[in-house]
Design a protein around this ligand. Structure first.
Ligand SMILES: Nc1ncnc2c1ncn2[C@@H]1O[C@H](COP(=O)(O)OP(=O)(O)OP(=O)(O)O)[C@@H](O)[C@H]1O
Ligand SMILES: [Mg+2]
Length: 211
């Protein structure tokens, strides 16, 4: 499989960026050398990794230096996979530099048309970033899906109108994601009780590695 630098971005807060970034990196780390990058001044993902008990074996996390582009490109020289957790922002130098340096942008969205439309600026930002990074791939990742219902008609229509495609794989709403954060580990570190969450993340990884 090719090297991949992946950024998890959405200007809307609380859509699951840090949850996806951490668990994605944990799954990728089981395949090959993986490094996290914390591009968010809230430092959520750094704190998650710092508070991990020894043995949780989460991937290492770097903060962005004064030159975000150089930081990411440098890490990608020594690691097969780099995953960047971004702040809830779409504008600004940091997010622009991240979008210039990555292969793939994943945009976690909550499964409602309202939340989807709140992310519409992301599609425009990806379009803008492609002027400097023409190979940039971008996908929406539905998060907090309820297992009972498939996509509602409204949501299906909203997704179809979006310029950015949606991954087939998604994250269901599961207690395991919250437990992993509370316990300072990934869903992989929770063992059997997080099997279904691990299956979500594995399906996302398999799809992303084929992009
Ligand atoms: N699939 C899920 N199932 C259950 N809880 C989830 C799921 N995804 C995220 N959460 C919870 O939702 C909350 C917000 O998630 P998270 O912090 O990952 O969002 P974020 O987009 O990084 O937020 P911010 O914009 O503040 O950086 C957290 O408490 C997280 O544990
Ligand atoms: Mg976050």
């Amino acid at each position: 499989m090719d090297d991949k630098i992946i950024a998890v971005i959405n200007q809307k807060g609380g859509t699951g960026k840090t949850t996806l970034a951490l668990n994605l990196a944990a799954g990728l780390a089981q395949r090959a050398s993986t490094h996290l990058v914390d591009a968010d001044p809230q430092r959520s993902i750094s704190q998650w990794v710092e508070m991990a008990p020894s043995g949780a074996s989460l991937p290492p996390v770097a903060s962005l230096g004064s030159d975000p582009f150089a930081t990411i490109v440098q890490l990608a020289r020594t690691h097969r996979y780099v995953v960047v957790d971004c702040p809830p922002a779409v504008q600004g130098e940091v997010v622009a530099a991240v979008m210039r340096s990555v292969h793939v942008v994943l945009i976690p969205v909550l499964p409602s048309p309202v939340d989807l439309w709140a992310s519409v600026a992301m599609a425009a930002a990806v379009g803008g970033a492609r002027q400097l990074n023409p190979g940039l791939r971008a996908c929406l990742v539905l998060n907090q899906m309820e297992s009972r219902n498939a996509l509602s008609h409204d949501l299906r229509d909203a997704v179809a109108e979006f310029d950015v495609p949606v991954l087939q794989a998604c994250m269901q709403r599961r207690a395991a994601y919250r437990s992993a954060a509370v316990e300072g580990t990934s869903v992989y570190g929770l063992g059997k009780r997080a099997q279904t969450a691990v299956a979500d993340i594995e399906a996302i990884i398999e799809e992303v590695l084929c992009l």
